[in-house]
Design a protein around this ligand. Structure first.
Ligand code: SF4
Length: 350
């Protein structure tokens, strides 16, 4: 479209000049793509690079929607129109993203003949199709493997606490980052003034709650999308459960899972320059709980949210999320009738 506007009817360039100019531009972009590839390979893993190329192509031709963090590090869906903005969509964000007016914007761009790539959780992708009432040809969707999205309210309070402790506003977050050569996923927050919070995800307050499913959205505990029957044209996630001797180095860096769910997804997949290995669906399902079972409601969930509503957050954090949190006797766990009885008796004794 840009090219038509620049060189369309009414310009003074003759055909030969246009052809020469196009040749120069093609040569420039061809050379620049090699330079960018080299640059990216020093910084990105091959899968990320390929995903980045794929998304870049889409950003040039159309509009890409996905989850990003805003200036306050709240998670929101945004529209990306250029390759420079694409890194904002990279990385897992296990907090429910605010969809805002993205469904309306998808409709808007499709109606104007633009190609749209929408990525999100399966419920968001399904929601988009229900909003549109059709599967438009120019729309490609990617759903991500999802075992639950954390409460944005809890995430906002955790951010406030970290900002208070560091006495600076948080600038960026990586929920499941990795150090080069390490397998372990890390929770990393950078603050104004150069401070950081960095810990293996399972040893951070956020990770301790997230991995126990303590503050997931209620719908996630009855999610109908934990199945291999996916709403998106493609499904993206991490592949778990591969044999140890299968590409051990790649497994250390992380192997991605990509499910092709529709003819449109298959067509796009065939055009991607990915390093790929065909594995069976059974294998993918066996290694990835997000393809077969919902996350159970933890016994402490209702006690956590009761405390979240009624107590200062630092007390909630100490009681439920801190490494040295007080042990909850099994009988005292929320939902237990014996626990309730014991608490009532104790109150009477007082
Ligand atoms: S677990 Fe299900 S309901 Fe929850 S965010 Fe993921 S797809 Fe949506």
């Amino acid at each position: 479209m840009i090219w038509t506007d620049s060189f369309g009817e009414g310009t003074t360039l003759n055909k030969q000049k246009r052809a020469d100019l196009l040749l120069v531009m093609v040569t420039f972009f061809w050379g620049a793509s090699y330079y960018l590839t080299n640059l990216c390979l020093t910084d990105l893993q091959p899968m990320n690079l390929n995903a980045f190329r794929f998304l870049s192509a889409f950003a040039v031709l159309g509009v890409v929607f996905g989850a990003a963090t805003d200036e306050q590090l709240h998670v929101r869906h945004i529209a990306v129109h250029s390759a420079e903005e694409l890194p904002r969509l990279r990385g897992t964000k296990p907090v429910q993203s605010e969809i805002g007016d993205c469904y309306q914007k998808v409709r808007y761009y499709l109606d104007r003949g633009r190609r749209v790539l929408f990525s999100g959780t399966p419920c968001q992708v399904d929601g988009l199709y229900r909003y549109l009432g059709e599967h438009p040809e120019n729309l490609l969707t990617c759903d991500v493997l999802c075992s639950g999205a954390a409460s944005p309210g809890v995430w906002a309070h955790l951010l406030q606490t970290m900002a208070y402790i560091k006495q600076h506003e948080p600038l960026s977050v990586q929920f499941f980052g990795k150090l080069p050569g390490e397998r372990e996923r890390r929770f990393h927050v950078a603050f104004q003034g150069g401070g950081v919070y960095d810990a293996p995800i399972g040893r951070s307050d956020f990770g301790r709650g997230l991995l126990r499913g303590l503050f997931l959205r209620p719908a996630c505990h009855a999610c109908p999308y934990v199945t291999a029957d996916r709403p998106g044209d493609l499904t993206l996630g991490s592949f778990h459960g591969l044999p140890k001797d299968f590409y051990p180095e790649e497994q250390k860096r992380g192997v991605s899972l990509l499910l092709v769910n529709s003819p449109k997804g298959a067509h796009v997949f065939d055009t991607l320059p990915l390093k790929r290995e065909l594995r069976t669906l059974d294998e993918a399902v066996a290694g990835n709980p997000a393809l077969r079972s919902v996350t159970c409601i933890p016994a402490e969930r209702s006690a956590f949210f009761e405390a979240f509503v009624h107590q200062p957050f630092h007390q909630v954090q100490h009681r439920f999320l801190a490494a040295s949190r007080p042990r909850v006797a099994p009988a005292e766990k929320a939902g237990s009738k014996r626990g309730l009885l014991q608490r009532l008796l104790r109150r009477k004794e007082k």
